[in-house]
Every structure is written in structure tokens, then in C-alpha cells.
Write a protein that binds this ligand. Structure first.
Ligand SMILES: Cc1cc2nc3c(=O)[nH]c(=O)nc-3n(C[C@H](O)[C@H](O)[C@H](O)COP(=O)(O)O)c2cc1C
Length: 203
């Protein structure tokens, strides 16, 4: 089995962590950089990572995540934020590509027109934020597993409480928390619905 399939099949949502295990800032940065290699609509990278690294700040997060013990026992917690204004990334993303001759200025203008059109649609900023940042979140969890860490995605938290407590800008929407660390207890085994029940071939 390749490393990739081992990584995928050994990932579990781990909820009981070794509170003594440590992850360095450098390792977190590397994992977040890999997470950010996820695809995104127009490559706008509609995510931002709010990192809780250190027992003090993890304790502050604990009640916001309804006192789930893993928040403090994990080595760090990442709040994956979705960017509601990723159209502001047009210049930083495409400017260098024009300068490098990878795309023409005309193509940049066409893409900018598409993007600005999408971001004027009332539902798009939120849909785009959740959709794209979730891809980065999944990539983070798999990268962490490949490096020997365990993770758990967490939707059980008070998003508005987190925004208030940690002064999150109105530009961002919390998509999920992810705990990362070393397991003290295996993740509970889970099964999946039969794949046949989840596939329809279009006619
Ligand atoms: C969006 C989302 C929200 C979740 N929220 C929580 C949570 O609040 N607390 C928790 O312990 N697990 C949470 N989980 C983990 C799921 O329980 C777990 O992924 C699922 O049972 C499948 O198990 P596995 O990841 O080990 O395969 C969440 C998972 C996802 C994808």
C-alpha cells in the first residue's frame, strides 16, 4: 500500500490526546503550508488559519468549544477560517503571475471580471468560504497524519463566541476547529455506508 493510502486509512478523529506531547511552530507552519496547496476556486485561497498554540490560549478556547477536553490536551488547535472577501486576493494572486509571464494581463482582467461577478452574488462569499476552506482543512488533517500526528475536526463550538473572544475580523467565517497532537487513546472505530448506496451514475 502506498504512503498515501496508509495515511488515509489510518486517519481517525482522535479525541483523547497526550497532554505532554508538543508540536513546534515550524512543524505547524509546514503543515499549514501543505494545507494551503489545496485547490481553490480561481486559486483565491479562501482560508486563513487562526492558531491556538499554548495551554493559556487553548484554555481560553475551551469553553467556546463546549469544554471538549481535547481542546486543551491537544498540542495545538487550528481554527480554519473561510475568507468572505477573497476577491481582494485578485492582485496578490494574479499580479505576480502576470509579472512572471505565466498569464497575460488580459487573462487577469477576464478572471477578475468572473471573480467580482461571483462575489456580488449574495450566496457566493459564504459558499465559497466554506467550500474552499474545507478543502484546506482536509488536506491539513491528511498532512498531519502523514507526519505522525493525529487530528479531529470539530464543528461543536460557538462561532460567534470565538469571533468575539479572539477579535476575528468580519472578513472571516469560522469553518471548523481542528485539534492536532499525539493520541493517548485510539479514535473510536467508525464504519461507512455501503459505497453502492452513495453512488449514482448519471444518465
Ligand atoms: C464538520 C465536522 C464536525 C465535527 N465535529 C466534531 C465535534 O464537535 N467533536 C468531536 O469530537 N468530533 C467531531 N467531528 C468528528 C466526527 O465525529 C468524525 O469525523 C466521524 O465520526 C468519523 O470518524 P473518523 O473521522 O474517525 O473517520 C466532526 C467531524 C466533522 C467533519
Amino acid at each position: 500500500m502506498s504512503d498515501f493510502f496508509n495515511t488515509v486509512s489510518s486517519r481517525r478523529s482522535v479525541k483523547v490526546y497526550d497532554p505532554e506531547a508538543h508540536i513546534s511552530k515550524e512543524e505547524l507552519t509546514e503543515l499549514l503550508q501543505i494545507a494551503g496547496r489545496a485547490p481553490s476556486a480561481w486559486n483565491l485561497q479562501q482560508w486563513h488559519f487562526l492558531v491556538f498554540h499554548g495551554k493559556d490560549v487553548q484554555e481560553k478556547l475551551l469553553p467556546i468549544a463546549y469544554n471538549q477536553q481535547q481542546i486543551v490536551d491537544a498540542s495545538a488547535v487550528i481554527c480554519v477560517l473561510g475568507d468572505l472577501e477573497a476577491n481582494l486576493n485578485i492582485d496578490p494572486v494574479f499580479g505576480p503571475q502576470v509579472e512572471e509571464g505565466e498569464i497575460t494581463p488580459e487573462l487577469k482582467e477576464i478572471l477578475a471580471g468572473q471573480i467580482n461577478g461571483a462575489y456580488k452574488r449574495p450566496e457566493y462569499p459564504r459558499d465559497g468560504a466554506i467550500l474552499n476552506s474545507s478543502l484546506a482543512a482536509m488536506q491539513f488533517m491528511l498532512a498531519a497524519r502523514a507526519k505522525g500526528y493525529d487530528t479531529c475536526p470539530i464543528g461543536g463550538f460557538n462561532a460567534s463566541g470565538l469571533i468575539d473572544e479572539f477579535n476575528v475580523s468580519g472578513r472571516y467565517l469560522p469553518t471548523m476547529l481542528i485539534t492536532i497532537g499525539k493520541k493517548r487513546q485510539e479514535g473510536r472505530p467508525t464504519d461507512r455506508l455501503p459505497i453502492e448506496s452513495l453512488i449514482t451514475y448519471a444518465e
